[in-house]
Structures are given as C-alpha cells and as structure tokens.
Design a protein. Structure first.
Length: 244
C-alpha cells in the first residue's frame, strides 16, 4: 500500500534510529530512542564482561573482586533506575493508548523485570562474598552460572522490548511526550548517580556514536564526561584485568 503524501512527509523527518552491537531491533518512528538503546548496550556489555571475568579471576585477588563489586553496583543501580522509570512512567503512558494485544506486551515488560530481580540479587550476594574473602572456588563457579542465567534473562527481555515494546512506543507517543517522560528519568537521578552513569553509558560505544550523543547532551553531562571518563577507564581496567 502506497503511503499518502502526508505520511511520506512525516517519515522523511523521522530520526535515524541508533543500532548498537547485540541490539535486536530499532523500529522506525518519530521518537529518537538513542538513549534507550545506549542503556541497553551498556546493560548487555556489563553482564557479558562480568560473566567472562568471574571464572577467570583468582579467588584470592580481593582487590579485583572489590573492583568487580563496585562495577556491579554501578550496573545494578542504572538497571534499577531504568526499569523503575519504565514501570512508573513509560509503560503506564502507553497502556492508556494501547490496544488489548499491545497492553499484553506492556504487562509482559513488567513481569520480565520481576523475573530478573531474584537473579540479580543472587549475583550481588555472590560478588559480596568473594569481595569479602569468604568464598571458595565452588562459590566462584556458582556465581559464574548465576551471571550467565542473568545475562540470558536480561538479553531475552531487552530483545522483546526492542522488537515489540519500542514499536508500540513509536506508534503511540510523540517526540514531545517521550521527552517529557525522559525528563522525569533524568530529574530522578541523584548527582552521584549522574557522575557514575555518564562515563559508564558511553563506555565501548563506537566513537562516532559517542560524539553524537555528547553533541546532543546537556551541558552538565558533557562536563561530567570530561571530568570522569578517564577515571572510569582506569577502574574498568582494574575490574576486568583478567580479560584480554
């Protein structure tokens, strides 16, 4: 079916959606979802790195385990904030406009968040045990299994969200409405979280993507990047020193 001129004109103004490694989809539409996909990339990246690092890190290297635990805390806080914002502001805004099939998808998003939470809690407990020096090789192996399970669970959820929930968002929200929701995400961030989140979110993204994100970012976020990214990279190397 040929698009009407008005529809074709609208599509011509749609933003180019960001696509990053591991991403399942990026439905076309009027809303720029770059920040959503940037966060998804960071979640996938960290769980993948942690799942690889844990079985390679000697149980006796407590300084490295403490660095891994600190990295987990940044990841977990970011993920909790992201899911809380979706459940509190984004999905309710969409449910009001969605048809019954779309509403079922949006309810599944919240259910998948709840499914992931116990896995994340068990990973945190294992990392704390290793960082405190109270663990053995068997505990490390158990943590590695739990991390792989969390990675798979989160991966399924993110792919479901990218393929279906983001399509619903593009169908029902205007750019202005999404910006209002996104502003609530940002406003709910404590300053210390912002200091950790900016270098974390931009870590290991392609250089052209990073430059584009920083061009569009708030001035305060650009300042945070300049002040924090080198320190973050040093911490990253300490945590993942056994990955080459």
């Amino acid at each position: 079916m040929t698009a009407t001129p008005d529809r074709a004109d609208q599509q011509a103004t749609w933003p180019r959606q960001l696509r990053l490694p591991g991403q399942a989809d990026a439905p076309e539409g009027p809303v720029d979802l770059s920040m959503m996909y940037l966060m998804h990339h960071a979640f996938r990246r960290d769980l993948a790195a942690l799942a690889r690092a844990v079985p390679r890190t000697p149980v006796t290297e407590l300084a490295t385990w403490r660095a891994l635990l600190r990295r987990w805390e940044v990841f977990a806080e970011a993920l909790h904030h992201h899911h809380h914002g979706e459940d509190t502001w984004l999905w309710p805004a969409l449910v009001e406009r969605a048809d019954p099939a779309e509403q079922e998808t949006l309810r599944a998003m919240e259910a998948e968040h709840d499914e992931l939470d116990p896995l994340l809690a068990s990973c945190l407990a294992g990392l704390r045990r290793l960082a405190a020096g109270h663990a053995r090789t068997d505990d490390r192996a158990a943590l590695a299994v739990r991390l792989c399970a969390a990675r798979e669970c989160l991966g399924r959820h993110l792919a479901h969200e990218e393929r279906e929930a983001m399509r619903i968002l593009q169908r029902h929200l205007t750019p202005e409405e999404f910006e209002a929701v996104d502003a609530r995400f940002v406003e709910s961030l404590q300053p210390r979280r912002l200091l950790a989140l900016v270098p974390w979110a931009l870590h290991e993204v392609p250089e052209d993507v990073r430059r584009g994100v920083l061009r569009r970012a708030r001035a305060a976020q650009r300042v945070v990047w300049r002040l924090t990214h080198r320190r973050f990279e040093r911490q990253d190397r300490r945590a993942f020193r056994h990955l080459t």
